[in-house]
Design a protein around this ligand. Structure first.
Ligand SMILES: [Zn+2]
Length: 210
């Protein structure tokens, strides 16, 4: 249990309690401060696990020391999770909050990635009117089929770096569905990776009817 030695060493050096691991861990709380450092190269300051991208800040209630740790360690070591009103959450609720917080970091990073690609594209493509795309994306978190095709095609043409799976399709409005069904096959193929599995099913079942 070499890693357990590391945990003990790491936590005792910044806690008031220096002998009992559980007591030392109970001095720490997570209040919702979390950071995405964009690349997975940090080390968990509790267990020394490497390749941490999403850092969760825990604070010692006695000496205000701080540690940046991986989200798994909050659950694994049952670090107290405190909600906005200052209440300690139950184990179940704590797990849920840590998960939600982590998902938020992941989603925010995807949104930033999409907007960065659009900004890059607008710098090299004179005919690209970025404002309407960004406006729609901010309102819907996704694009219409036509917008998506335009984007994927232009991003490729101008060799702008982008992650296709971060670009999502919105089919909430019926005219968006219509747009997709009427789109030429090769265009659908271009944006296929952007469709969720249920959207792919909707498309496939509709196409079989024709
Ligand atoms: Zn850890």
């Amino acid at each position: 249990m070499k890693w357990m030695h590391r945990v003990r060493h790491n936590i005792f050096s910044v806690s008031v309690e220096r002998n009992d691991l559980r007591k030392a861990l109970d001095e720490w709380i997570y209040e919702g401060n979390m950071y995405d450092i964009e690349i997975a190269e940090e080390v968990c300051e509790l267990c020394d696990h490497s390749n941490i991208r999403y850092q969760f800040e825990i604070i010692n209630i006695h000496n205000k020391n701080k540690l940046l740790i991986g989200s798994e360690c909050i659950n694994k070591f049952k670090i107290s999770v405190i909600d906005k009103t200052g209440n300690k959450l139950s184990n179940e609720e704590a797990k849920k909050k840590v998960n939600q917080d982590r998902n938020k970091l992941v989603t925010d990073a995807k949104i930033r990635g999409v907007i960065n690609s659009l900004v890059q594209l607008s710098k090299v493509d004179e005919n690209f009117e970025i404002d309407s795309f960004i406006k729609y994306f901010k309102e819907n978190g996704a694009f219409t089929p036509k917008q998506l095709f335009t984007l994927i095609w232009r991003l490729g043409k101008y060799k702008v770096e982008f992650k296709k799976s971060n670009f999502k399709l919105s089919l909430k409005r019926s005219n968006n569905k219509q747009q997709l069904f009427e789109m030429e096959d090769w265009k659908v193929k271009t944006i296929w990776e952007c469709l969720s599995s249920s959207q792919k099913e909707i498309y496939n079942s509709k196409k079989r009817v024709y």
